[in-house]
Design a binder for this molecule. Sequence first.
Ligand SMILES: [Zn+2]
Length: 312
Amino acid sequence: MDEIHIPNDATYAPVALTDLIAGAPLASTLLLGATLPGQVISAAALGMYAGSAVKDWLARQDVRWIDFVVEFGADVHWLDAMPEDARREEIGRLARRLDDGWTNEHRPRQKLARDVNRRLTEFIASITGQRVKTSSAVRDFGLAQLVFPFAMGACDVISGDVSIFRDTGLFEPHVICHEFVHRKGYWKELHAQVLAYLALVSSDEPLLVQAALAERLHRQLKVLAAEDADAYHDLVEGLHARSELTEALHAVRPDPTAYESVVGSVMRRLYDERLKLTGQNGISDYDVGFTNFLWTFAHSEDARQDRDLVRV
Ligand SMILES: [Zn+2]
């Protein structure tokens, strides 16, 4: 099979290069009272950053991209709205399926990241006939965490640097996979959600399947509850699922701290605007868009991929 290797050199730097460029002048001012060392470090980092970004960009020239409309009969601007009663029925089915297939397996993050990356590579290759090999490196801190306190992870658009900000437990395979889809060159949030879901749910590993189903359930609950946190937690209680699942679903929508709610609400609006400016529907692509996509695919007459992939 055709194979492409994206070097992702920036992922081997000891800290994220974007963070170094943003933070070095500030840190040296605070620590040393001078900006010169920071500027030297920034300039060196900028050089490395630009070099690795160009290498990645060149390697991506030969990537065969997935045509979402052809393969799944759905895309960012090609979505049917899932009716609310269908959402409620699906929530019941997802909760039961998660209960039945439950696993308490825990895998260390770096091992999990390698396994998830391998699965994602194979899934995309099963559609395009081409393996796009990318780095499995994951950081556990990034400055983006301070700017986007509501985020669980981030992938730098230029360097492909992936950070996972907190222990997301049950959802971790999905969170990692979502960021890895970006690293393979798919920048839209809907595409990251969908490819991560489909890759994991079609794997034969219970831990990965579980994460995919849990993410779908969590997103359906968020759609029904809209912005109302109490409504969300009530819906979780109403599932009467096993305690591990109930706890994980409560924990993934934590009550924001004062800092998070102030920074979060401003940054959310800006982030929503940024998504719209880049041809996406906005933050809603993470939940409304994602679940509508799976619904549209499930009912598509001419999707090339097997619709059993999305059945629960
Ligand atoms: Zn994303």
